[in-house]
Design a protein around this ligand. Structure first.
Ligand code: AMP
Ligand code: MN
Ligand code: MN
Ligand code: MN
Length: 293
């Protein structure tokens, strides 16, 4: 039964780089048939209580969530945390430190864009920012689309903001060990987000999975809006090889930008253990209407 649960455990609100409020996301997830939902904003858990309240008002079960930016082998890797205590002080502090530096980085991104003739990008990006501590490349991308520099956000990330292009500012995020400790000590489970997105050699990818395990990591996203369907069997096999549970999530950011809507992905491959089985005790269940005697 659990295998067929419509769980969506990865998406973003205005609290990071999504365009919908936690309440609007909850309504959209519920409308699409999601039964277990998690909001996983980048480096920020400020939306957790709102998301849980909105989910429960709709009768939808909720898992707390976050997507932490980590630097591993000079590459940015995302680690999703699920089922932690949203009031944990160490986690809040770690995330706050991880967010620090985004402001200066954004100013440097804007300086680089100005050098190729795109002026005022910092102020432009800020117009899309819902959380002043969370200015991200996505907000620059929206500004560059809105001002006609690019047709869509994927064109932005092909021409700007990425390695070898104007507006790329390398940044040192949290360490893998710290991020996993914050999640674990707050009672949660750590999951490698969209492993197919990183441009690792097989050796580097093996190192990521091994070190993730050594630090107590337990899960990996297999079915995600950030994977091609051809990558599902690849990470199904990796989950089995490393003894990891599997997660599923759309990585939804915006109705205008995301090609995978909340709750619309295929089920996890049948032989995998879903992360929500491991987290059964941590699910914040929606109040059920009392049964009539
Ligand atoms: P940041 O945390 O500021 O480095 O921004 C990372 C965010 O940029 C990701 O979470 C995505 O939302 C977005 N992003 C990165 N690469 C792409 C891409 N190729 N296409 C669309 N969005 C992207
Ligand atoms: Mn994002
Ligand atoms: Mn990500
Ligand atoms: Mn994401």
């Amino acid at each position: 039964m659990t295998l067929l649960l419509n769980a969506d455990l990865h998406c973003h609100s205005v609290v990071s780089d999504g365009t919908l409020t936690p309440e609007a996301l909850a309504a959209r997830a519920h409308g699409n048939g999601v039964q277990l939902w998690a909001l996983t904003d980048h480096d920020e858990i400020g939306g957790q209580h709102r998301a849980m309240a909105a989910a429960h008002a709709l009768g939808m079960d909720y898992l707390t969530g976050v997507e932490i930016s980590v630097t591993f082998a000079d590459t940015t890797v995302h680690i999703v945390g699920l089922g932690f205590d949203a009031d944990d002080a160490q986690l809040a502090q770690g995330l706050s430190a991880t967010r620090g530096g985004r402001g200066e980085r954004a100013q440097e991104i804007a300086r680089q864009l100005a050098q190729v003739g795109i002026r005022g990008a910092y102020e432009g990006a800020l117009r899309y920012v819902g959380n002043p501590e969370l200015i991200s490349r996505t907000h620059f991308a929206r500004h560059l689309v809105e001002t006609g520099v690019c047709r869509d956000t994927s064109e932005v990330f092909r021409r700007f903001l990425t390695e070898g292009h104007p507006g790329y500012v390398p940044h040192r995020w949290a360490t893998l060990g710290d991020a996993l400790r914050w999640i674990r000590e707050a009672g949660g489970v750590a999951v490698i987000a969209h492993p197919g997105r990183y441009r690792f050699t097989p050796t580097e990818e093996y190192a990521l999975f091994s070190e993730f395990k050594q630090h107590g990591g337990q899960g990996v996203e297999v079915v995600t809006g950030s994977h091609m369907p051809s990558e599902y069997p690849v990470y199904d096999a990796m989950a089995q090889e490393f003894g990891l549970v599997a997660s599923r999530g759309s990585d939804f950011h915006s109705p205008d930008e995301s090609h995978t809507d909340l709750g619309t992905l295929p089920d996890l491959p049948g032989q995998l253990t879903p992360v929500w089985e491991l987290l059964a005790e941590r699910i914040l269940r929606a109040p059920r209407p009392a049964a009539h005697p």
